[in-house]
Design a protein around this ligand. Structure first.
Ligand code: ATP
Ligand code: MG
Length: 474
C-alpha cells in the first residue's frame, strides 16, 4: 500500500462489527478513525482529508449515500467504499452513482474488503499517475507554441524550466528558423516578469546610426530629426524582458555601451547626461557563431561572456526528424483554423466548408527526408502552401509539397555521419547502406549485374549472392 493512501475513515453503527473491522485494518497498516453515525462521519471529514472512507449504507440519521456524496464533494480524490446489507444491490448502485468507488455486501470476510481496497488503491494510483503525466504535459505546453518531443527538445524543455524563472541573462543560438524568438518569448512568459513587457529589438533590422537611440532613447535635439524626448527599448522593458535579436551584428561601439547596461543596469539616453536605472532581464539571440566573431575581433569578449551566462542552443530540424510529424500536425491545425475562420467570415455554408486535412504517408516521408535548411519556419511555410493547394481534397500529397521537398530522398548515407544519441543497430544500418548502393548501381547500369559489380568493385558472383540475400530478407 502506498504510504500516501492509508488514512481511512470507517463508518458503521454496530460497534462490535466496526471494532472488529478496524482492528483488522490497523493490522494491515491503515490508520483508522471510527465513526458510529453519518453525522459523526461528516464531522470527521470536516477535520481531516482521509484517503479512504468505508461506510455502511444503512445508518441512523444521515445515511451512507449522503455521507459519500459529501465526502466526494469535498475530496474528489477520496476512495469511497460502501458496505451494503444483503440483497440491496440497488442501493449500492445508487451509492456508486453518488461517487462511491466500489461496494462489498454484508456479511463479508475481511479479505473481501481488503481486496476491494487494494484494487481501488491500485486504480487510484494509476489514475493519479495519469493525471500527473497529463498535468506534466499541460505544464510543458505552457511553453507556448514550442512543439517537440525529441530528445534534444526534451532537454531544451528541461533547461527552460530551470532557467526561465531566474533573472539570468540568456544567449540563444541556433540556425535561422529554429525558434529562437519563440523560445525567448516562452522564457519571458514563464518568468516572474510575465506581467511586464517583452520588448524585442532586432539589431540587424535597424541602421547602425539609429540603433543606439532605439535602444537607449534620446532627448530632443540629440541628433538631426530627434524632435522630442523618446524612451528607448530598454526603458520600455523595465521590469520585463529585453530581447536583443541578431546581437552579433551590433557595432563594437554599441557593444561597449550594452556591456555597461549588463554590468550596471544603467545608461543614459542619447544626448543626455542623466543616468537612468533599469531592471531588465536580457535575452540575446544570434544565428552566427559568436565565439568565432570574438576570435576574429568582431565581438567583444567581455560582452560575449556577459551574454552567454546561460547558453541555450536550439537544434536544427534535421537533427530532430521525429518532431516533423508533430510540427506538421501543429501547423495543419493552425492553418486549417485560419481557413475555417475565413470561410465562416465569408458566410460559406457549413456543407461547403473544407475537410479536415491529413498528410499521406509518402508526403510525410518526403517531409521527414528533407534537410530543412530554413528549419521550422520553412516547414511552416511548406505546410501553409500545401493547405492552400489542397482546395477540395482532404489529403495532402507529394505533389502539394514544394519541389525541393518532393525530391527529397531518404538517404541513409547522409545520416551515417553522426552516431545517434540513443545508439543504433550497426548491422541493420550497414545492411541498409549495402542494399541502397547495390540498388543504385543496378539502376545506373540498367540492371546489368556485371557492370554493377564492377562499379562496386565486387566479383559478379559476390554481387549476385548479395542480391539473393537481400531479396530473401525483403
Ligand atoms: N518548436 C516549435 N514549435 C512550433 N513552432 C515553432 C517552433 N520553432 C519555431 N516555430 C515557428 O517557426 C517560425 C520561426 O521561429 P522563430 O522566428 O522563433 O525562429 P528564429 O530562430 O528566430 O529565426 P531567425 O533566425 O530567422 O530569426 C515561427 O513561426 C515559429 O512560430
Ligand atoms: Mg528570429
Amino acid at each position: 500500500m502506498p504510504d500516501s493512501l492509508k488514512h481511512l475513515l470507517l463508518v458503521e453503527d454496530e460497534a462490535p462489527l466496526r471494532e472488529a473491522i478496524a482492528e483488522q485494518l490497523v493490522d494491515r497498516g491503515y490508520h483508522v478513525q471510527q465513526a458510529d453515525s453519518g453525522e459523526a462521519a461528516l464531522a470527521h471529514l470536516a477535520e481531516f482529508a482521509f484517503d479512504i472512507i468505508v461506510t455502511d449504507l444503512r445508518l441512523p440519521g444521515i445515511d451512507g449515500s449522503a455521507v459519500i456524496e459529501a465526502a466526494v464533494a469535498r475530496y474528489p480524490h477520496i476512495i469511497a467504499i460502501v458496505v451494503t446489507g444483503f440483497g440491496t444491490v440497488k442501493d449500492a448502485v445508487e451509492a456508486i452513482k453518488r461517487g462511491a468507488w466500489d461496494f462489498v455486501s454484508k456479511p463479508f470476510q475481511i479479505d473481501e474488503l481488503l481486496h476491494v481496497l487494494d484494487s481501488a488503491i491500485e486504480q487510484r494510483r494509476l489514475k493519479s499517475e495519469n493525471a500527473y503525466l497529463r498535468s506534466q504535459l499541460e505544464e510543458r505546453y505552457r511553453f507556448e507554441d514550442i512543439v517537440g518531443k525529441s530528445r534534444p527538445m526534451e532537454r531544451l524543455f528541461q533547461l527552460l524550466e530551470t532557467v526561465a524563472p531566474t533573472n539570468s541573462t540568456i544567449l540563444i543560438t541556433g540556425e535561422t528558423g529554429t525558434g529562437k524568438e519563440v523560445v525567448a518569448r516562452a522564457i519571458h512568459h514563464n518568468s516572474s516578469r510575465r506581467a511586464h513587457r517583452f520588448v524585442a529589438l532586432n539589431c540587424s533590422a535597424i541602421p547602425e546610426t539609429l540603433l543606439e537611440a532605439e535602444l537607449f532613447g534620446h532627448v530632443r535635439g540629440a541628433f538631426t530629426g530627434a524632435v522630442g524626448n523618446r524612451q528607448g527599448r530598454l526603458e520600455q522593458a523595465h521590469k520585463g524582458t529585453l530581447f536583443l535579436d541578431e546581437v552579433g551584428t551590433m557595432s563594437v561601439a554599441l557593444q561597449m555601451k550594452l556591456l555597461r547596461v549588463l554590468q550596471e543596469r544603467e545608461f543614459e539616453r542619447v544626448g543626455d547626461s542623466h543616468t537612468i536605472k533599469v531592471d531588465v532581464r536580457v535575452i540575446a539571440a544570434t544565428n552566427c557563431d559568436l565565439a568565432k566573431l570574438v576570435a576574429e575581433g568582431q565581438f567583444r569578449e567581455d560582452l560575449f561572456y556577459r551574454l552567454n551566462v546561460i547558453p541555450v542552443q536550439l537544434p536544427p530540424l534535421r537533427d530532430r526528424k521525429e518532431d516533423i510529424p508533430l510540427l506538421v500536425q501543429h501547423f495543419l491545425a493552425k492553418f486549417e483554423a485560419d481557413r475555417d475562420a475565413a470561410d465562416a467570415a465569408s458566410g460559406k455554408p457549413e456543407t461547403e466548408r473544407h475537410l479536415r486535412l491529413t498528410v499521406s504517408q509518402e508526403a510525410m516521408r518526403r517531409l521527414m527526408a528533407y534537410l530543412w535548411p530554413g528549419n521550422v519556419r520553412q516547414l511552416e511555410n511548406a505546410v501553409e502552401r500545401a493547405v492552400a493547394f489542397t482546395a477540395g481534397r482532404s489529403h495532402i500529397d507529394v505533389a502539394d509539397l514544394p519541389t525541393e521537398v518532393q525530391q527529397a530522398q531518404e538517404t541513409v548515407v547522409a545520416s551515417a555521419v553522426t552516431l545517434p544519441e540513443d545508439g543504433m543497430d550497426l548491422e541493420a544500418f550497414v545492411a541498409s547502406i549495402e542494399r541502397e548502393l547495390i540498388q543504385r548501381s543496378l539502376e545506373r547500369t540498367g540492371g546489368n549485374k556485371g557492370q554493377a559489380a564492377r562499379l562496386l568493385n565486387l566479383k559478379r558472383t559476390t554481387l549476385v549472392e548479395k542480391i539473393k540475400r537481400i531479396d530473401k530478407r525483403a
